[in-house]
Design a protein around this ligand. Structure first.
Ligand code: GDP
Ligand code: MG
Length: 266
């Protein structure tokens, strides 16, 4: 069927136009140092400034991305190939709680910038159990509650800090603590939100559970804009793994085994 006769072509053109004019926009906010910029860098292979020591993000940084997901996890592919591109915008925010003198202005910036975001990811850090600061800020950002999902980052640092690098997963003991941490944060956040929040534990440094986080972000998009995100769903969990992990012999061997086991039987 030629493109002219195909009614789907017309619909696709309309969709394309809407995405061009108002691309999907994801806001990433939360307290300073939780790993907002790092999370964006891991999810989208961007190069936003992060810092081990002082607050680095001072302005809202609205980054236009053209993401090309790697279905096979191969980053060495020819950039001219025809894997699908997805356009979206990600907004990196300055962290709250950096200094009491800055919070008022930052909250104003949040209120100014967040209305343009379809989804807001609120990042917390797993080791920080003092959630009162987050609750206080959330009280002041009520109008955005319905589009928020919550990330608990830095799972690799959960006690007893015995991450299993060969498999890129937490130890059994960490796993138990992670469950408790997620349940605890969910309960404290629910008290402010008046509903059960979506809480996703992950590690941006390790590239662990980034695909869960990404799926939760897509699912949190308001109904009327959700279709715009449909094109973003064609990614593989391998897209979120750091190259370092993907290149580990044990990881490659596991991948090969999975391929053999999943191969169609004749
Ligand atoms: N161990 C660990 N450190 C992380 C993780 N994510 C971020 N960090 C570190 O946390 C610090 C603050 O990160 P940054 O992205 O600048 O935080 P932001 O202020 O929220 O943007 C940096 O030292 C990061 O390397 C993680 O998953 N695990
Ligand atoms: Mg930052």
């Amino acid at each position: 069927m030629s493109e002219q006769q195909d009614p789907r072509a017309e619909i696709l053109a309309a969709l394309r136009e809407e995405v061009e004019n108002r691309p999907p926009r994801i806001g990433v906010i939360g307290v300073s140092g939780t790993g907002k910029s790092s999370t964006i860098n891991t999810l989208f292979r961007t190069d936003l400034a992060t810092s081990d020591t002082v607050a680095q993000t001072k302005e809202f940084e609205d980054v236009a991305l053209s993401v090309r997901f790697n279905a096979d996890g191969d980053t060495g592919a020819d950039p001219g190939d025809d894997r699908p591109h997805v356009r979206l915008r990600v907004v990196d925010a300055p962290g709250l709680g950096e200094d009491v003198a800055l919070d008022g202005a930052y909250l104003d910036l949040y209120r100014k910038n967040l209305p343009a975001c379809d989804v807001v990811l609120w990042v917390t850090a797993a080791r920080n159990r003092a959630i009162a600061l987050d609750q206080m800020y959330l009280e002041q950002l009520r109008e955005f509650h319905d589009r928020m999902v919550f990330g608990v980052n830095q799972l690799d640092l959960v006690e007893p800090m015995d991450w299993r690098p060969a498999y890129n997963v937490p130890s059994r003991a960490q796993e138990d603590n992670i469950k408790e941490i997620e349940a605890d944060r969910a309960a404290h956040l629910a008290a402010v939100l008046g509903r059960d929040p979506v809480v996703i534990g992950y590690s941006s440094r390790r590239g662990y559970r980034m695909e869960h986080l990404f799926k939760a972000i897509l699912d949190a998009c308001p109904e009327d804009r959700r279709w715009i995100y449909a094109g973003l769903k064609n990614f593989s969990h391998l897209d979120f793994l750091p190259l370092e992990t993907r290149n580990k012999p044990i990881f490659r061997a596991t991948q090969r085994l999975a391929k053999i086991l999943n191969a169609p039987k004749h």
